[in-house]
Design a protein around this ligand. Structure first.
Ligand code: NAD
Length: 497
């Protein structure tokens, strides 16, 4: 343990030295780096998918390859296409007073970025921030989750193939190592995980004044409006709970459904799930609950809901432990744990909701969610949700797809996170936007230096501020002598007599 922590410090200091030796990787170098990562993803796709499946007990190969492998590859393509523009210093306007000088923002690499990943999409949560950090010219240390040991091993091997440790390094280990990692004086930390641990990360980072991007979770609502097609909404929401067995930060957490359509919605969701996953126990493409600890929680949540009067409709036969088909829960009450905790599993509570106003009241009375879903066709309702309800992001008439757009930032708000590592916003978050003002040698800046009160200074004050309250105004003396602010007209008269 002591050795592991010593090793973290050692790698950080070597990465820092490397930053000093090569503080601003050029565009061509960054592009070369990104292409190497993309090729490695292709080469290692089978090993990565197999490792993730081992970590989960069983995980859909298709989902491993599309989300954890293809998604970072698409992110690289997007970065390659946009990097020249992102890196280009941005000309800005000077204020009127400083016209003729040159103002710009230069995007410098921050230095060493620490990345802490969760277990549910271990490769994308490690590689997504890494890709953007490398695009921004940084070096990267990654701490993987204790629940992803095999994925960690393959990722480490893959990245060691292309990077020296002073450019990218991957670490495993338990929570103690993660705590030590979070307290290192990085130049930026990107954390993916729960809001509770996010607070600990922020506390640890504050000791070093390290800026943080926190990709957290929360209860993401799915509103099924009266104008929605029940079949289409149920199909989409069932997919959200089938994908990775609901173990996704943007999975619809619960559905708000008009009271008189709940029965139809439940029937449609059961049948949609069964069409996608007819035999959960034997389907190699249906993902298990990731660990015994997480499975125990799923069953405890269902027991708690049943004990408090809920009806649970299972969408298939599980194995009683880590293979859990979607569980639809109706007759829910606020005191149930399923309505108090982020689910992060295939349980779907259905809450009766008869109008958009009622839905908005329900959502805004709770912590701000990571994602918001609306099913329906009413343009006015969509606009209200866009403008009035805080959520990290929003997809209309489906779930999660806003997350898969490389040009959109993805991140939470309030309890669901701070900042984003994706899109142009991500590049900026992992760069330092340095303001640079180049003064022309002939610019008469001396006119703004003391002693104060010259005609030009008074003219400038009057031009930009107008005449001050006469009681405070300092008139120009007959002899055009500069007056010091703070002295009154009376003082001046006395002085001159
Ligand atoms: P978690 O918060 O328990 O752990 C996340 C990471 O933090 C792990 O690597 C863990 O080792 C580390 N960690 C745990 N305790 C720590 C501490 N005290 N100090 C430093 N590091 C510590 O979360 P999890 O169970 O791995 O993942 C589930 C959560 O992550 C859910 O809330 C989910 O919504 C969220 N999540 C968010 C996103 C997103 O992009 N917004 C993506 C995936 C998961």
């Amino acid at each position: 343990m002591k050795d592991a922590i010593e090793n973290l410090r050692d790698v950080l200091s070597r990465q820092r030295e490397a930053c000093l030796a090569s503080p601003y990787p050029e565009l061509s170098q960054r592009r070369r780096t990104l292409r190497e990562v993309r090729e490695a993803l292709s080469r290692y796709q089978d090993q990565l998918a197999a490792a993730m499946s081992d970590d989960f007990g069983r995980r859909s190969e298709f989902e491993c390859k599309t989300l954890d492998v293809m998604f970072p590859a698409l992110q690289i393509d997007h970065a390659l296409a946009n990097l020249r523009r992102w890196m280009k210093p941005q000309r800005r306007r000077t204020d009127l007073l400083f016209r003729t000088n040159i103002a710009k923002v230069v995007y410098q690499p921050k230095g060493v970025v620490g990345v802490i990943a969760a277990w549910n999409f271990p490769i994308v949560e490690a590689m997504g921030p890494m890709i953007m950090a490398l695009a921004a010219g940084n070096r990267v240390m990654i701490k993987m989750s204790e629940f992803s040991p095999r994925s960690t091993a393959v990722l480490r091997e893959m990245l060691a193939d292309i990077f020296p440790e002073d450019q990218v390094a991957v670490f495993g280990g338990g929570v103690e190592v993660a705590q030590a990692f979070a307290s290192l004086p990085f130049d930026h930390i990107v954390f993916t995980g729960s809001p509770g641990v996010g607070k600990e990360i922020m506390r640890a980072a504050s000791a070093n004044l390290t800026p943080v991007t926190l990709e957290l979770g929360g209860k993401s609502p799915a509103i099924v409006a009266p104008s929605a097609s029940i079949a289409a909404a149920a199909r989409s929401i069932a997919h959200g709970k089938a994908f990775n067995a609901g173990q996704a930060c943007v999975a619809p957490d619960y559905a708000l459904v008009p009271r008189d359509r709940i029965d139809a919605f439940v029937a449609a969701a059961v049948s949609a799930f069964q069409r996608m996953v007819p035999d959960p126990v034997h389907d190699p493409e249906y993902t298990c609950i990731a660990s015994d600890r997480h499975a125990k929680r799923v069953h405890e949540l269902l027991d708690d809901a049943r004990a408090k009067g809920a009806t649970v409709t299972s969408c298939g036969t599980g194995n009683g432990w880590r293979v859990v088909p979607m569980q639809i829960v109706t007759n829910v009450t606020p005191d149930m744990r399923i309505m108090q905790e982020e689910l992060f599993n295939p349980i779907l509570p259905v809450v009766a909701c008869d109008s958009l106003d009622e839905g908005i009241r329900y959502i805004t009375a709770r912590p701000r969610p990571l994602a918001l879903y609306y099913y329906g066709t009413d343009a006015g309702e969509i606009k209200r949700l866009e403008q009035d309800v805080h959520a990290g992001g929003m997809t209309v008439n489906d779930w999660a797809w806003h997350v898969f757009q490389s040009d959109l930032p993805f991140g939470g708000t309030g309890n669901s996170g701070i900042g984003s590592w994706r899109g142009p916003e991500g590049f900026r978050a992992l760069s330092h936007g340095k303001s640079v003002l180049r003064m022309k040698p002939w610019f008469p800046i001396g006119l703004f230096r003391p002693p104060y009160g010259t005609r030009v200074q008074q003219l400038v004050s009057t031009l930009f501020l107008g005449h001050a309250d006469p009681a405070l105004n300092i008139p120009c003396s007959a002899g055009n002598e500069p007056r010091r602010y703070g002295s009154t007209a009376q003082d001046t008269t006395r002085e001159s007599t």
